[in-house]
Design a protein around this ligand. Structure first.
Ligand SMILES: [Zn+2]
Length: 338
C-alpha cells in the first residue's frame, strides 16, 4: 500500500509498504480521506515527528478486515479514526501524567496512521459515521471535536458575544461551535480575504482584517464598546494572544485554542486590571467527538465550505502540500484522498 512515510528533515516520501494485518482486538480500515492537521504541519516544520512515522489522525474510511475477538465492528462499517472511549490505562499521555510536555513528548509515536491507504485501529478507538455524513465531511470530525472541547471549557454562556482570532479550519469550526452553543454575536478576525469570506458565508456576524485596521479597536467597537465576553485564540500568530487579552471585556474569558510553537510577546499590565480569565484546552476526549459528529450530522456545523475541490490532493503531492502549509496560507483545509 502507499503510505507517506516521514523521513526526518521535513521530508515525506510516499513508499510502498505492506498492508498491516489486524491482530486480536484490532480492525483494518481502508482510509478514504485524511485531512492535514496543523499539528502534523508543526511536527514536519519543527522536525519532531520520528522518522518512519506515518502521520495523519483526521481520517475516515471503512472497515475491511477484523482481527479475532472483535465484536464491535463488521466489514463495511464506516468510521473515523478516533473518538472511542479508551479503557482505563489507555488514555493519551496528557490524561495520565501530572506533568506533560507536549512539545517534547507529544510526537514519540511512529505508528502508521492516516496518510496511508490502510491503517490499523484498536477496536475501541474509532467512532461510527452516521448515514447522512460523507467520508469527506467526517474527516473533519477530529478538529471539530477540538473546538467542541474549547467551547465547553471556555465557560461561554448563552447570549455571550464572542471573538474568534484566526479563520483557519480551527477558527471556522470554533465560530460555528460557539454559535451552536448559543453565542449571540460572533466576530472573526483574519488577515486572509478568502478566509474572511468563508467565515461570513458560515454565519459570522462581522469580520475584521487585522492588517487593515486595529483588531482591538475594531472588535471593541463591534461590541458596543465593552469587548467580547469570550475570545478564542485560533491563530497562533505572534500578536494574537496579546490581542485576545486586550480585546476581551472585564472578567471575560480568553481561551487559547491554537498552539504557538514560538515565544509570543505579552504585556500583562495592559490587561491584568481587567481580571481576565485565561483558559487552555488540548485535543479532545471521546465525548467531544460524539458532540462533534452530532453537530455535523445535524447541520449545525457545516464543514463543506472548508474543503474546496482544489484542496483535495493525491497522496503523491503530500510533500508539496506540507511545504505550502508551512508558509502563511490563504487556504482553509487540505485533505488527502486515498
Ligand atoms: Zn488534528
Amino acid at each position: 500500500m502507499k503510505a507517506a512515510v516521514y523521513q526526518g528533515s521535513q521530508q515525506l516520501i510516499v513508499e510502498d509498504i505492506p498492508i498491516p494485518e489486524p491482530g486480536p482486538g484490532e480492525i483494518l480500515v481502508k482510509v478514504t480521506y485524511s485531512a492535514i492537521c496543523g499539528t502534523d504541519v508543526h511536527a514536519f516544520l519543527y522536525d519532531i515527528a520520528p522518522p518512519g512515522a506515518v502521520m495523519g489522525h483526521e481520517f475516515s474510511g471503512s472497515v475491511v478486515a477484523t482481527g479475532s475477538a472483535v465484536d464491535r465492528w463488521k466489514i463495511g462499517d464506516r468510521v473515523v479514526g478516533g473518538g472511542g472511549k479508551p479503557p482505563p490505562g489507555m488514555e493519551a499521555p496528557l490524561r495520565r501524567q501530572d506533568q506533560y510536555n507536549y512539545r517534547l513528548e507529544g510526537f514519540a509515536d511512529d505508528r502508521k496512521r492516516g496518510y496511508a491507504e490502510y491503517t490499523l485501529l484498536t477496536e475501541w478507538a474509532p467512532t461510527a459515521i452516521p448515514e447522512n455524513v460523507t467520508d469527506l465531511q467526517a474527516s473533519l470530525v477530529e478538529p471539530c471535536a477540538v473546538v467542541v472541547r474549547a467551547v465547553r471549557l471556555s465557560q461561554m454562556k448563552l447570549g455571550d458575544t464572542v471573538a474568534v482570532l484566526g479563520a483557519g479550519p480551527i477558527g471556522l469550526l470554533c465560530m460555528q461551535a460557539a454559535q451552536a452553543a448559543g453565542a449571540r454575536k460572533v466576530i472573526v478576525s483574519e488577515p486572509s480575504e478568502a478566509r474572511r469570506n468563508v467565515a461570513l458565508s458560515l454565519g459570522a456576524d462581522a469580520v475584521v482584517d487585522p492588517t487593515n485596521e486595529d483588531p482591538v479597536e475594531a472588535i471593541i467597537s463591534l461590541t458596543d464598546g465593552s469587548g467580547p465576553h469570550v475570545v478564542y485564540e485560533c491563530a497562533a500568530a505572534k500578536p494574537t494572544l496579546q490581542t485576545a487579552f486586550d480585546v476581551v471585556r472585564k472578567q471575560g474569558n480568553v481561551m487559547l485554542v491554537a498552539l504557538a510553537w514560538e515565544e509570543v510577546p505579552l504585556l500583562p499590565v495592559d490587561w491584568a486590571g481587567k481580571e481576565v480569565i485565561f483558559n487552555t484546552t488540548f485535543g479532545s476526549e471521546a465525548y467531544d467527538w460524539t458532540i462533534a459528529m452530532n453537530l455535523i450530522s445535524q447541520g449545525k456545523v457545516n464543514v463543506d465550505p472548508l474543503i474546496l475541490d482544489a484542496d483535495i490532493i493525491d497522496i503523491e503531492d503530500i510533500q508539496q502540500a506540507f511545504e505550502a502549509l508551512c508558509q502563511p496560507s490563504t487556504q482553509v483545509q487540505m485533505v488527502v484522498k486515498l
